[in-house]
Design a binder for this molecule. Sequence first.
Ligand code: PLP
Length: 452
Amino acid sequence: MQFVSTRGQAGSVSFSEAVSQGLAPDGGLYLPSEFPDITPFLFEWENMSYSELCFSYFRLFATDINENTLREIVEDSYSQFSHNEIAPIVSLDENLKVLELFHGPTLAFKDFALQLLGNLYEEQIKKSGRDLTILGATSGDTGAAAIAGLLGKKGVTVFILFPDGKVSPLQERQMTCSASDNVFPLAIEGTFDDAQRAVKEIFSDLEFKKKVGLSAVNSINLARILAQSVYYLFAWLKLEKEDRLNTTFVVPTGNFGNVFAGWLLTKMKLPIKGFQVATNQNDVLHRLFKYGQYSLSEVTQSLAPSMDIQIASNFERLLYFILDGDTQKLTQIMAIFAKEGKYRFDNFQVDGFSSSSVSDDEIPEIIRNVQDNYDYLVDPHTACAFKDLKNSEKYLILATAHAAKFPDVYETASLPQPKSAILEELKEKKSVKFSICCDAVAIRSFIEDKIS
Ligand SMILES: *Cc1c(COP(=O)(O)O)cnc(C)c1O
């Protein structure tokens, strides 16, 4: 299987190459060059464990990795999850189910991809003998999950930019208390989008990229998208047969990575009814699906900080399909968007998507209502999914984080603060972070200094 860039100027590459590059050299994002029809496998996949299913799915794409090695990598990646089903489904009522994606080491769904990515990198370094430098920007959870997935991996040095003061104190501790000498958490002044922009700029410096073996752990990395498809598939297979065709997945969304990973399965003919894109007050995607206008506005800090994003990088992948693979047109649109901060589509229509947006005032209220109605505690990101749901429809809500990660909101909801043992332990540990100016030159020189 080969992988191509959304901007059409990068040539096709193998799975391992696409994963180690992260962003394609033409500035685009990698996608599989073809999509297998997975429907013939579904019967066989139905009763598989999570890691068996993940292996079977990845085998279709990671064709340049030895099968036994791939099996070991996958098994190891889900060995640190605290729930034996890995991604359990909880029924709230007849029509409403929750897919819990927070049983990994950092208590957010990003562990699903980043535990795997850490092992894929390690395998690659073993094979190629070339060390890798990982650079990423985070609104909190990616950084924590990346560090947990990469700490102590041989040949990997990790640099994670985060907006100082804008991630939750617990997220900050997850990033800064790893006590691992291959990990550098960089605190920048500004927003997640500022951090992401600096990262993109550094990635576009191809000479530097090559020199330090730069790779990305943001959801621009293809391995993340493919790894995240697996829990949609796993959940779909766990649904009652009559529910499979009429259940909508509701996905708390920032960068469009998670929801895109699910949608990709429809390109492989999995008959998923639809996706509800659930945003917080940073509603660029809601406005896109509602009005066809993709336009930036100021990022505002919300109670669901991991979704405080305006530039939804993975939208580019969807756009590729909307434009029927017209990479020239896509490059044009992205250039206009980069320059003007907006793009208006005439007739923006993508089947299978709906959207919603939740303000900060509503989040504690929703948390309270869900607790009262279903005796179930959601985190502020997952809370955003409980909006604009129709009474007679069936939904599967993706619970993206454990409530204990964002304890501050519960007082407003008149609920006790949730706790988690893993997070309590972190409070005892020493925290180390590096304050740095959010500027490509400064960051590049910091990286070079640390890896030399
Ligand atoms: C990252 C994150 C999201 C948003 O995911 P995207 O892939 O950016 O859409 C939602 N909820 C939580 C808890 C997250 O960590």
